[in-house]
Design a protein around this ligand. Structure first.
Ligand SMILES: [Zn+2]
Length: 122
């Protein structure tokens, strides 16, 4: 899925994609990466170095991509509002999903602890 397509919509081409079950967001052929303005960071399960080598910026969540797109704007490049708005909305959903997963994990851990306690008391 694409969030912004250059050159028709501005200066960036941004997609969301999935590989081996891992989601990431990618700014293809990024001018900031080629100008070495973006620090490298790691993304679990994803060959980040390979994508940096081909000149793309990769984000592990939609919020990181919003920050990245603001950098593009800061250097005077055109980024459609639509892309920032949609990624911001998806970041809120992404956070809610992570919170739900964390809560489910904690609930399962509590249940397991209660079962162990009950077994120890029996
Ligand atoms: Zn970029």
């Amino acid at each position: 899925m694409s969030y912004a397509r250059s050159p028709s919509e501005g200066d960036v081409y941004v997609i969301g994609t999935k590989k081996d079950g891992v989601l990431w967001w990618e700014c293809l052929g990024c001018d900031l990466v080629s100008a070495s303005l973006v620090p490298a960071h790691t993304l679990v399960g994803y060959d980040f170095e390979a994508h940096m080598a081909k000149g793309s910026f990769c984000a592990a969540d939609p919020g990181q991509m919003v920050t990245h797109l603001r950098l593009h704007r800061a250097v005077g490049q055109k980024v459609p509002d639509r892309a920032i708005n949609r990624l911001s909305r998806e970041h809120q959903e992404w956070i809610a999903k992570r919170e739900a997963e964390f809560e489910a994990f904690n609930a399962a851990a509590r249940e397991a602890a209660e079962r162990r306690q009950a077994a120890a008391e029996a």
